[in-house]
Write a protein that binds this ligand. Sequence first.
Ligand SMILES: Cc1ncc(COP(=O)(O)O)c(C=O)c1O
Length: 366
Amino acid sequence: MSSLEPKSHIAALPLYPTGASRGTGTGTTIKLSSNESAFGPSPDAERVYRDLTPSLNRYPEAGDNELRAAIAEVHDIEPEGIFGSNGADHVIYLLLSTYAGPGDEVVVSQHGFFRNTLSVRACGATPVVANELDYTTSVDAMLAAVTDRTRVVLLANPNNPTGTYVSTSDLQRLADGLPSNVLLIVDSAYAEYVRTPDYSAGMELVQRADHVAMTRTFSKAYGLAGLRLAWAYGSRRIVDAYTRARLPYPVSRPAQAVGVAALRDRAHLERVVEQNARGLVWVRERLDALGLHPFSTVTNFNTCRFGPPGSGAATRAVAFLAARNILVRPLAPAGLPDFVRITVGLEEENRALIDGVSAFLEADAS
Ligand SMILES: Cc1ncc(COP(=O)(O)O)c(C=O)c1O
C-alpha cells in the first residue's frame, strides 16, 4: 500500500531556518538573528494591546477598514488599493500563488530574500535566478531573465540578507521593461529605515501600472514582529484577484487595533529610525575596523564576510557568539556560507557584539 505523500515539489522543499532564539551559554540572550526591532513598538500600540476589549468571540472586521484608512492617510494613497495580511511572508506567498504555479517561472535575485524564493517553490513555480552585481540586484539581469513563461518578478528592496538596494530610477526601469502580463512584486519590508533620496518603496509604481504590487510589514521598524501584521498595495485588478484567493479574516482583531495605534505614533517611528541609523553606523564602523567590511546597508542589519571563502570562519563565529548568548544569523542557507548577518541592537547589545567578534577573531587566529 502506498503511503501518504505531499506534492513532489513540497516534499523537495528544505525547511526554512528561522533565526536562533536561544544561545548555548548562560545569562541574558542578545538576539540579533531575525532583524526584529531592538527598540520595541510604540507605547501607544502597547497600551492599545493591553486595553483591548474582550470581544475575542467575534470575528475581526472583514475589510480591515480602519487599518486601511490609517495606512492610506499616513502614506497618502487610496485605501482601495491596500490589503492587510498576517505578515509580509504570507501576503507574498499568496500573491505568488495567485499568479504562478507549476510550469511558470518567477524571476528572483541571486541573493534575494531566501524565504521568498522558497515561497516560489512552494507554489510549484520555478525560480529563475538573475545574477547580481556586487551583491546588489541587477535590473538588467532581471529583465534579461524574463521569458514567455515568466509570470512574476520578485525583489526585496532593500534586500535581505545583503542590505543593498536598487535606486528609484532602476526600479522604474524594471517596471517599465516588463511585459504587462508579468506581476512585479516589490517587497519593501525595510522601507521605513531608508533615508537616501534615490530610494522609493514603490508606491508611485503601483499608481502608474496595473502589474506592480508593493508589500510592507509592521515586523521591522514598527517593532511588531510578534503581532504578525503586514499590508500590500496594488491595482484594483490585483486587489480583486488577491481577495478571491485569500482566506477570510487575514488580520486578527488585536492586529488591526494595534496597527492603527502604531501607524499614528509617527514620533516613535522617527525615534526608532534615528536610533537604528546610529546603531547601524556604530556597528559598521567597528566591524570595518576589525577588517570585516560589511556591505553598505540601508536597513537594520549589517552583513559581512568572515575569513577567506571556504574557511568556515562564519560558522565558527556564529557558534562562538552563541556560546556568549549572542545570536546572529548564518547565511549558508541563503547561499552565502562565508557571511553572517547581524541585526542592530540596543547600545549595550551592540557593544557586547563587537567585544564578542573581537574575541572571536583573536581566538580564531591563534
Ligand atoms: C525582505 C523581507 N521580506 C519579508 C519579511 C517577512 O516579514 P513578516 O514578518 O511581515 O512576515 C522579512 C523578514 O525578515 C524580510 O526581511
